[in-house]
Design a protein around this ligand. Structure first.
Ligand code: PHE
Ligand code: NA
Length: 460
């Protein structure tokens, strides 16, 4: 079987705790922060939702992130091998590696369509910079977005550009690739976000956005809102995709997993709140509807930027920010599978990255065609639950609602119930109340919370 190096020094380590935090935050900060969080917050009671969300991050997000990083650092291999090694060291069944397999399948499938959306962001940089939104109307901008989605050729070009950017970074390995990208792109992203919030304060509608996001309205917070907060805590921290296991496998022994996980969750939340403060003043200043998802980012915002002073410049900056957020997430989605191929085959790092990236790119073509040529193809049409859902919709649904919670649940149960307590205390560098708190959360609270979200999402 595979030789085990305990120090991990021979396979490379992040140069510092900060490098790991930036890379993990790069994974966490993505479309979830920018197009989902601000919207669901405004819709579900503002500050009331933020409070519930923060509780979910604390009881579900941070404990699972710690468990995933623990497995990666204890195993010091790709997620599947790490799970097997940790299980064997605890005299448990190697079958526990199923949690990593499920997570890696999810990562691969998600990247295939995430890259298509990342491509939209890349193409919008050019539109904003060329002034294509200037003086635009809802119709003209709707046409531009509709035209992009209707064109397999354009989508393919931008999907290819995005995937090439991801492969380029991952093929260069840990220090020259992942770490370099994170240490350049993340500070740039924070800077752009600060500029965007600054610009938003000049719209005269900043206070309205602050109200929308923060005024607690517990009446507007339903059970549904609480479940959304639970599910979002999972997705926003990139859990259940073996990502934190892969990134944890390069983490130095001396780094505190608990403190690091808290830092990543904190930064992810700060970015989500700042994104809301950057976006909603612009939306309200133009009397637009604060919808969610692709419409908000690719139609509402361009319309707003097209009709504001210096909107061309700030629109361009905004889409650069979005591309950076998607790029660092894309890198993290490719890494787990590449780490596995690199360790299990004779391919080197670059060959592994190209092989996995190209396969994922090919799968992405199905999502591209779902938007146009195959928009009527609904493979699971025979089930009422999936009627009319395209391949793109189905990939999104099954990864987010089945694979991620399943992988997260298995990891939480494995780490909470099947790993020796002493080994956890030593590796997590926790003792006393801190350890008991985490241990009770991961054993009892987290699994129950994940099961609730799981059942709710499948039946709702
Ligand atoms: N965590 C990202 C977000 O909040 C989404 C993501 C999921 C990124 C999976 C990478 C992998 O947008
Ligand atoms: Na996030």
């Amino acid at each position: 079987s595979t030789p085990v190096s305990d120090s991990g020094a021979d396979r490379g380590l992040w140069s510092s705790r900060l490098a790991f935090i930036l890379a993990a935050t790069g994974s966490a900060v993505g479309l979830g922060n920018i197009w989902k969080f601000p919207y669901v917050t405004g819709e579900n009671g503002g500050g009331a939702f933020v409070i519930v969300y923060l509780i979910c991050i604390a009881v579900l997000g941070i404990p699972i992130m710690m468990a995933e990083v623990f497995v990666g650092r204890n195993g010091r291999h790709n997620p599947i091998t790490s799970m097997r090694l940790v299980a064997e060291r605890n005299l448990k069944s190697p079958l526990w590696r199923v949690s990593a397999i499920v997570g890696m399948i999810a990562a691969f499938a998600i990247l295939s369509f995430y890259s298509v959306i990342g491509g939209w962001a890349a193409s919008y940089i050019g539109h904003a910079a060329q002034g294509d939104f200037t003086g635009g109307t809802a119709d003209s901008i709707g046409e531009l977005f509709g035209g992009l989605l209707a064109s397999p050729g354009q989508l393919l070009i931008w999907h290819t550009v995005f995937m090439a950017l991801v492969i380029l970074v991952v093929s260069r390995g840990l220090k020259g690739g992942l770490e370099r990208a994170a240490t350049i792109l993340m500070p740039a992203l924070f800077l752009l976000l600060i500029v965007a919030v600054g610009y938003a304060t000049t719209t005269g509608h900043f206070g309205e956005a602050v109200d929308f996001l923060f005024t607690p309205d517990f009446g507007a917070l339903s059970i549904n809102g609480v479940l959304i907060a639970l599910g979002h805590a999972f997705f926003t921290l990139s859990l259940g995709m073996a990502i934190m296991m892969a990134y944890g496998s390069y983490l130095g022994r001396d780094v505190s997993i608990a403190r690091t996980a808290v830092s990543v969750a904190f930064m992810d939340t700060v970015v989500a709140l700042m994104a809301g403060l950057a976006i909603f003043p612009v939306v309200f200043a133009n009397g637009l509807e604060a919808g969610a998802g692709p419409g908000l980012i690719f139609q509402t915002l361009p319309l707003a930027f097209g009709n504001m002073p210096m909107g061309g410049l700030f629109g361009t900056l905004f889409f650069v920010l979005l591309l950076f957020a998607a790029w660092t997430s894309g890198i993290s989605l490719l890494e787990p599978v590449v780490e596995w191929v690199e360790e299990r085959t004779s391919l080197a790092r670059s060959g592994s990255a190209i092989l996995v990236g190209v396969l994922c790119w090919a799968l992405g073509i199905a999502s591209i065609l779902s938007l146009n040529v195959w928009s009527d193809v609904a493979p699971l049409d025979m089930f009422a639950r999936f009627e009319g859902k395209t391949i793109f919709d189905l990939l999104d649904f099954f990864t987010a609602n089945v694979l991620l919670p399943l992988s997260g649940l298995l990891t939480a149960i494995f780490v909470g119930w099947f790993v020796a307590k002493e080994s956890l205390m030593r590796d997590l560098n926790l003792e006393g109340v801190g350890f008991s708190l985490w241990y009770n959360l991961i054993r009892f609270v987290t699994p129950v919370a994940v099961i609730i979200v799981f059942v709710y999402n499948l039946t709702a």
